[in-house]
Every structure is written in structure tokens, then in C-alpha cells.
Design a protein around this ligand. Structure first.
Ligand code: ATP
Length: 275
């Protein structure tokens, strides 16, 4: 299992746009961490930093005590779009990533790909081309392709955002079933509060860049989680509304030029001051 540690990083793009300033976050071995935040808070930048495609100007990003690098075998990615090769059938799509692994023979490659397809419930679809599969099935193939590489840290960037609500719920349950068996550490980006609460051990709310972590909620709901049961629990709704409050209540950091007006007859008010 992978241990991810991001310690006191600063990151700015070349144009001077600061996205992270003294930012730290951790995912413990086997932990499922969901990241929630407004558009532009830096979620995609963070995934690129975690996977070593971008480097922080200060601080460190370590996976099992090693500096994060894109080619690390521990890392697996699942993106919003399945990104399958349209001319390859499901089995060959899943086996494709394994071609890069010199330690895996052609026979093993096919065996691992078949196992991964079976894990996501698509053993029977091995010979089908992507256009013959639904959006949910395509995303399962994409997940199988990642799982076949046996990553210990899964970085997931809104993987189910393009699916309809029913397929999305079934993919959520599927993912938790796989995670409870395979025990990866997961960092899961989503805009959906209920999805974050349903899946995660911990939900981290990011503020507008470069505020960083604004709020963290440990989700202590029983597992295994099943939508029709978990969503009926009063605690589920308590977690969701507390996260909604923390996202929708502006903090003083949202208004860097604010002055606070306070008097006996009114609540404290935040106003933008003109510089
Ligand atoms: N290549 C780049 N050069 C300069 N600024 C960038 C670059 N990529 C992103 N940014 C800026 O960095 C900030 C964070 O962007 P990022 O794409 O990481 O946010 P996000 O939370 O993933 O947004 P969304 O949810 O809309 O995808 C934004 O202000 C964005 O404009």
C-alpha cells in the first residue's frame, strides 16, 4: 500500500499564477481521500504534482518515501474520459499498458488483462470494440486497464462525471468493492459532495487558489457502503450539509482586500475595500 505525503509545497506556473503556498496533504496507506473544491482551486494541478509531471518550487511530494515520478509503478490514473483506442477490443485495450512492462511476458499480459476485466465484471466483453460498449462499460475498461498495472496509489480525476446518475452510483459501489479487495490508497477528485461522502474516509475541501486546504472531514460511515442504505443514514446528510456549508460560506481569504465592519447593531460584515 502506498503512503502519499505532500509537505509544505509552493507551486506557481511560469506566468506567476500561484496555485499552492505552503500546502500539505497526506493519504495514509489504504486510505480513500476525496478532494472537493471550486473550479480553479488547483485540483488538476495537484494531480499533476502528485504524479510528478509538475515539480513544486519548494517542499516535497513523496510516495513511500520516494520522490514522485511519472514512471513509478505505484501510480495508476483514471481520467474523466475513458481514452480507449477505438480500433482495439476491450481485452487489447486493457493489455495495452502492460506492453510497457518488460517484466511481463505476452502470455502473462493476456492473463492479467483477463483478470482485470473479470474484476470489473466485463469478462464477457473481452472481444468487443469500445463503440459497442456503453459509457459506463467503457469507463470500467479504463479502470481495468489501470488495475491491470497493479498500482498501489490510484489518482482519479472525476472519473464518473460524464456518466448518468444511475451508472455513476453503480460505478461508485463497484469502485468501493474493488478498493476493499485491492487495498490501494486512493486520491479521488470530484465536484459532487454526495459522491465524496459516499466514497471517502476523508474529504478535503480546497479553497480558491492559493488558499489550499480549507476544511477536512473524516467520514465515519459504516462500510461496506451501498447507495440505497448509506444515503438513508442521517449522518450521511449531516456530512453532506456540513461540506456544503464549508464550500458555500465565503472565508475572509476569498476577499483579500476585505475590511470587517462590526458594531453593536449588526452582524460582522465583510466588504471589499477599494485599494
Ligand atoms: N498551464 C497553466 N499556466 C498558467 N496557469 C494555469 C495553468 N493551468 C492552470 N492554471 C491556473 O491555475 C489555477 C488552478 O488550475 P487547475 O486547472 O489546477 O484548477 P482545477 O481546480 O482543476 O479547475 P477545474 O475544476 O475547473 O478543472 C487556475 O487559476 C488556472 O487558471
Amino acid at each position: 500500500m502506498a503512503h502519499l505525503r505532500v509537505d509544505h509545497i509552493d507551486f506557481a506556473y511560469e506566468n506567476g499564477q500561484t496555485v499552492f503556498s505552503d500546502f500539505s496533504i497526506e493519504a495514509k496507506p489504504g486510505e480513500f481521500v476525496a478532494l472537493l473544491g471550486p473550479s480553479g482551486c488547483g485540483k488538476s494541478t495537484l494531480l499533476n504534482l502528485l504524479s510528478g509531471f509538475l515539480q513544486p518550487q519548494r517542499g516535497s511530494i513523496r510516495i513511500n518515501e520516494h520522490k514522485a515520478r511519472p514512471e513509478m509503478q505505484e501510480l495508476g490514473y483514471v481520467f474523466q474520459s475513458p481514452q480507449l483506442f477505438p480500433w482495439l477490443n476491450a481485452l487489447d485495450n486493457v493489455a495495452f499498458g502492460l506492453r510497457m512492462r518488460a517484466d511481463v511476458s505476452r502470455i502473462e499480459r493476456e492473463q492479467k488483462a483477463r483478470e482485470a476485466l473479470a474484476l470489473v465484471g466485463l469478462a464477457d466483453a473481452a472481444q468487443r470494440l469500445p463503440h459497442q460498449l456503453s459509457g459506463g462499460m467503457q469507463q470500467r475498461i479504463s479502470l481495468a486497464r489501470t488495475l491491470a498495472m497493479e498500482p498501489t496509489l490510484l489518482l482519479m480525476d472525476e472519473p464518473f462525471a460524464a456518466l448518468d446518475a444511475i451508472s455513476r452510483q453503480s460505478m461508485n459501489e463497484e469502485l468501493l468493492r474493488l478498493w476493499s479487495t485491492l487495498k490501494q490508497t486512493v486520491v479521488f477528485i470530484t465536484h459532487d459532495i454526495d459522491e465524496a461522502v459516499f466514497l471517502a474516509d476523508r474529504v478535503v475541501v480546497l479553497g480558491k487558489a492559493p488558499q489550499g486546504v480549507r476544511h477536512t472531514v473524516a467520514v465515519d460511515l459504516p462500510r461496506p457502503r451501498i447507495h440505497r442504505e448509506t444515503r438513508r443514514l442521517p449522518q450521511f446528510h449531516e456530512y453532506s450539509s456540513s461540506l456544503l456549508d464549508s464550500i458555500s460560506t465565503p472565508s475572509s481569504a476569498d476577499f483579500p482586500n476585505a475590511v470587517v465592519l462590526d458594531n453593536a447593531h449588526s452582524f460582522p460584515l465583510l466588504f471589499e475595500s477599494t485599494p
